[in-house]
Design a protein around this ligand. Structure first.
Ligand code: UDP
Length: 365
């Protein structure tokens, strides 16, 4: 008999398992995939750690979180600074003085601020009600049209006028020449890949792969006093109130016989015609000097059964539906965690913090 059956060997599950094990609990981790690490899984191809389920860049302001992950991996000095490609015009991201200079020829922060203000005033927005209005009020119409509108439409499959404004608030806007995508004190990529980090977290812990909880839930549930579930919360409850909406991503990965394809780890294609949203060149997350390179084109799509759910769609409709599942979850005695278990657009550092908090909460129960 286990104290905890942990469903999902991703970041949340691995941390919960590590901490409870260290507190003397008996845990079993299962995962339906044939590998650990969930969506942060990296796989070595031509000596390059390929982010198989999408690029992950660790960044946090939380010292506790940074020190915690540092126990399981050494992090490099990677700083994310994606390039936007709008029909061959290249712009620096996030929105900063390099972007404004290229867009308008402005040189000083004052000139940039004035340009943004002029465009915001012309659009007549006072209280932004959706992503489009929020974006225009933050960076003006030109940047909205060239760098936000098409990309966002491709990523979320709907116009910016139908999306919540908080999504765009993830991106900093700066009147400085700082092109670090994140406003975080700590940032980097685990040297040797995320899989290795999760492997270190799970060291000495029983893990069963290719084991689908939902396909054998009675027997598996009977094996433990308590369950931690990090899969989709709606699937756990057999879609009783209907399915929650997710965005999925399809990756087309290619090995190229050249050392350098695009000169940066991330290039976003922000026009609406290019069918993919971005190209990831994996070696540059780790300053790779290999002779070959591996790139992944990312195509965003609506999730349907059988696809991997990646992004929860936290709009009003889905938030209401989630609240109903959450009420069931609270009564169930099962602990739900992670992006899918909590149906939240979480970054990795938040997931680490949540897993550590859950351990604090449940350790004496
Ligand atoms: N975004 C954009 N243009 C870009 C990059 C991002 O308009 O070149 C917007 C888009 O709406 C996206 C949001 O900013 O959904 C958040 O982007 P982020 O890079 O945080 O998304 P993630 O890395 O989580 O996929």
């Amino acid at each position: 008999m286990y104290d905890y059956l942990i469903v999902g060997a991703g970041l949340y599950g691995a941390i919960f398992a590590r901490e409870m094990t260290d507190l003397g609990k008996k845990v079993l981790v299962i995962d339906k995939r044939d590998h650990i690490a969930g969506n942060i899984y990296t796989e070595s191809v031509e000596g390059i750690n390929v982010h198989k389920y999408g690029a992950h860049i660790f960044h946090t302001n939380d010292k506790r979180v940074w020190e915690y992950v540092g126990r399981f991996a050494e992090f490099n000095r990677y700083t994310n600074s994606p390039v936007a490609n709008y029909n061959g015009e290249l712009y620096s991201l996030p929105f900063n003085m390099y972007t404004f200079n290229k867009m308008w020829g402005v040189v000083t922060p004052e000139e940039a601020a004035a340009k943004i203000e002029e465009q915001r005033a012309a659009a007549g927005i006072t209280e932004p009600r959706n992503l489009e209005e929020q974006a225009i009020s933050l960076v003006g119409t030109d940047i909205y049209e060239k760098l936000i509108k098409g990309y966002t439409m491709k990523q979320w499959g709907r116009p910016c006028t139908e999306l919540p404004s908080f999504i765009i608030k993830r991106l900093p806007v700066r009147l400085t020449f700082d092109n670090n995508y994140f406003n975080a004190l700590y940032q980097g990529i685990p040297m040797g890949g995320y899989t290795k980090m999760i492997e270190n977290m799970l060291s000495g812990i029983e893990v069963r792969l290719s084991t689908d909880f939902l396909a054998d839930r009675e027997a598996l549930s009977a094996s433990a006093k308590r369950i931690v579930f990090t899969g989709p919360i709606d699937a756990f409850f057999d879609f009783k109130y209907g399915p929650l909406e997710y965005r999925s991503v399809r990756f087309e990965t290619e090995i190229l016989d050249k050392p350098n394809f695009q000169g940066n780890a991330v290039v976003n294609y922000t026009d609406s015609e290019t069918p993919f949203t971005r190209i990831i060149e994996h070696k540059f997350f780790e300053f790779g000097t290999q002779e070959k390179t591996v790139i992944s084109r990312e195509y965003s799509s609506a999730w349907k059964p059988g696809d991997e759910p990646y992004y929860p769609v936290n709009d009003d409709k889905n938030s209401e539906l989630y609240a109903k599942y959450k009420a069931l979850a609270d009564e169930s005695g099962v602990i739900f965690g992670g992006r899918l278990g909590e149906y939240k657009y979480y970054d990795m550092d938040v997931v680490v913090g949540k897993a550590l908090d859950a351990v604090e909460k449940y350790k004496d129960q």
